[in-house]
Write a protein that binds this ligand. Structure first.
Ligand SMILES: [Mn+2]
Length: 308
């Protein structure tokens, strides 16, 4: 079914069965005048694009579902004992997709992320299929020389090209790894071509559900500034069913939080993305889980971590 990329409040209520609320359609329902760009430490960039999805599409509806679910969330975080949103969370307008060329779409994301990166804001990109991370990571790497990327994904996304493009979700980690050091974690599925390329290029790979919690070993591969690209399919499908390409044997919710907190404690998180939520592929709880994960990352990055 064809749907507009940005649907109105009414469609939102019908689609997601969301509670009736008069909150603004921003992350957490925060007041946009109190959370303007200049006053906010965090900038949410919604990128409703799934032009390169190869299995189950629908990630174009991810950002909207995450923002809708975030409006049902409490501002207060029990673990941190405060309201992480007091740092200011600005929700930027949704980036308009460009469907004619995945490469130009990556460029468009990069241009949108650049001013956020240059202003020293914490970028919080909401996808979208995983191809949207390419432009975001490249813009962040430009603004933060020496930055490394922690790429959390059930799949390697390391094909040189797939289905006629080098800028799709299946090549996202490969394109990013050409620009900055990349660590792949939580991976449970890859092609032979990818296994060989990962080895040839010396990418650090932590595979499986990470049940032995190799957090220190993962952190040790990362430089001072870190960008986290988080494909929700890194979580086990029992926790996160609403993804385009579910893969068994993934991380649990708590282990993933422990990893993210470890990274925040030891490094400076300069930005992150949460991608691949395809809300129609799973229960509504998945959008809420994704929203909570994004908020946890905002809190860890701004409160727990190094800010210099
Ligand atoms: Mn991915």
């Amino acid at each position: 079914m064809l749907r507009p990329y940005v649907c109105d409040e009414l469609a939102q209520l019908i689609d997601l069965g969301g509670a009736m609320t008069s909150l603004p359609f921003t992350f957490l329902g925060l007041d946009p005048t109190e959370n303007g760009f200049d006053r906010s430490a965090v900038v949410v960039l919604p990128v409703p694009y799934d032009g390169t999805a190869s299995y189950r599409a629908g990630a174009r509806e991810g950002p909207e579902a995450v923002i809708a679910a975030s409006r049902e969330m409490e501002d207060y975080d029990l673990e941190m004992g405060c309201e992480p949103c007091s740092a200011g969370i600005h929700t930027a307008p949704s980036l308009e997709p460009y469907l004619a060329s995945p490469q130009e779409m990556a460029e468009r994301v990069k241009e949108a992320a650049r001013p956020i990166a240059r202003a020293g804001k914490l970028l919080a990109l909401l996808g979208g299929d995983h191809s949207v991370s390419i432009g975001a990571a490249l813009a962040m790497a430009e603004a933060h020389p020496g930055m490394s990327v922690l790429y959390l994904d059930a799949h390697a996304d390391f094909r040189d090209a797939y289905q006629g493009t080098r800028w799709g979700h299946a090549s996202a980690a490969r394109r990013i790894a050409e620009a900055c050091p990349l660590t792949l974690a939580g991976v449970r599925s890859m092609a032979l071509e990818e296994a060989q390329a990962l080895k040839a290029k010396g990418v650090r790979v932590f595979s499986g559900s990470l049940a032995d919690e190799p957090w220190d070993a993962i952190v040790a591969t990362l430089s001072h500034d870190v960008y986290i690209s988080l494909d929700l399919d890194v979580l086990d499908p029992s926790v996160m069913a609403a993804v385009g390409t579910p893969e068994p044997g993934g991380l649990g919710w708590q282990p993933l939080l422990r990893l993210l907190r470890k990274v925040a404690e030891a490094r400076r998180i300069v930005g992150f993305d949460v991608v691949e939520l395809a809300p129609r592929e799973g229960p509504a709880a998945c959008a809420y889980t994704a929203a909570k994960l994004a908020y946890k990352l905002m809190g860890y990055a701004t409160l727990v971590g190094k800010r210099a």
